[in-house]
Write a protein of this length. Structure first.
Length: 353
């Protein structure tokens, strides 16, 4: 099986030059909204151009083979987020290839190319070694490279290998031109654990650079239903998720019971206090001669001390129970202490420091 490796080299600000200067900066994130749908924020790709040099064939002088392999390479580079300089123009400006800085500078000035692709194929009987290099036209710095072997291969296999290598470099070049995709996530309440493809990446609110393609995002917070959704990320696009988390049914029932206990307990306690306050008072405005006892006290007095005490105790108990339920189910900020989790890749430590 062929072995491949793709390595991005050289810092972008130094390598891209004017191409990076034309990239539009990303604006600040928008304020969270109640919707939970992903909101793409696309940054317009710079008008970058790629010049593909003639393929260098080592160990063989078969011009037809070189042209065929170069054609497969261009197919792998097709539909990229960049423009390809016309092959005839490249051949006219750099016949037979171009590797020195003065030649690259002239190619850049006349073709307006920001990037140059250099390809070398070494042939040894039926063994092939393919090496591709993506260069910055400004200074010849190697931005990305790809090297792969194909032993005992036929022409169809080598052609497929060239297309695959071209597709790998196309993705690397798109990342250089448009920037990698980013995913920003906020939740209500904040502090939810964020897992992307079953890997813990942090706590909300969070903004993360990810690989392009489809990803599974999970949001977990104690007392709330786990939210799970898929997002499709595209290079140069910032996706935003604003997710209002739903309480677990059990927690919602406890909160409802807490509010009900509180709303019933307050008037019951108030009634108990009122009953204790009026205990011993006459329930008639005046006591006539026949309404007093031998001691001269009115016989029609309110006797509400027992009822008031019971009502006050019951109301206080309901208020206490309601407050406790609401406190136990309240929205609490995520602890700032580091927390350890056991995931599919081992133990992960997450927290805010």
């Amino acid at each position: 099986m062929p072995r491949s490796r793709l390595a991005a080299l050289v810092a972008l600000p130094l390598a891209l030059g004017p191409a990076s200067a034309r990239a539009q900066p990303e604006g600040p994130a928008a304020a969270p909204t109640p919707t939970a749908a992903a909101k793409p924020e696309t940054t317009r790709a710079p008008d970058s151009r790629l010049a593909i040099l003639s393929l260098a064939l080592s160990g063989s002088d078969d011009a037809v083979l070189a042209q065929s392999l170069l054609s497969h390479l261009k197919q792998g580079l097709a539909r990229g987020a960049f423009a390809v300089v016309d092959a005839a123009e490249v051949e006219r400006l750099a016949p037979g290839g171009c590797s020195e800085k003065p030649c690259l500078a002239a190619l850049r000035d006349q073709s307006k190319a920001d990037f140059v692709l250099r390809s070398v194929v070494t042939v040894d009987d039926r063994d092939y070694r393919v090496r591709l290099e993506l260069l910055a036209a400004q200074d010849g710095a190697v931005l990305a490279s790809s090297e792969e072997r194909c032993d005992l291969c036929g022409l169809a296999e080598v052609g497929a290998l060239m297309e695959a290598q071209g597709a790998l470099l196309r993705r690397a070049l798109e990342d250089l031109v448009t920037g990698p995709p980013r995913l920003a996530i906020t939740t209500t309440p904040p502090g939810a654990l964020v897992l992307v493809d079953n890997k813990l990446v942090g706590l909300t609110p969070i903004e993360q650079t990810l690989l392009e393609g489809n990803h599974l995002v999970q949001l977990r917070l104690d007392g709330y239903v786990t939210d799970e959704r898929r997002v499709d990320l595209v290079p140069g696009v910032r996706e935003r998720l604003d997710v209002p988390l739903r309480r677990e049914p059990k927690v919602a029932r406890f909160r409802a019971a807490g509010w009900a206990s509180l709303f019933v307990g307050i008037p019951v306690a108030a009634a108990g206090i009122t009953m204790l306050a009026v205990d011993g008072r006459p329930y008639k405005r005046r006591c006539g001669e026949g309404d007093v006892d031998l001691a001269g006290n009115c016989r029609f007095l309110l006797d509400t001390d027992w009822g008031g005490g019971i009502a006050l105790a019951a109301g206080a108990a309901m208020i206490t129970a309601g407050v406790m339920l609401l406190l136990r189910t309240r929205d609490r900020p995520q602890s700032r202490r580091p927390r350890a989790f056991l995931g599919p890749t081992g133990v992960t430590l997450v927290g805010r420091f």
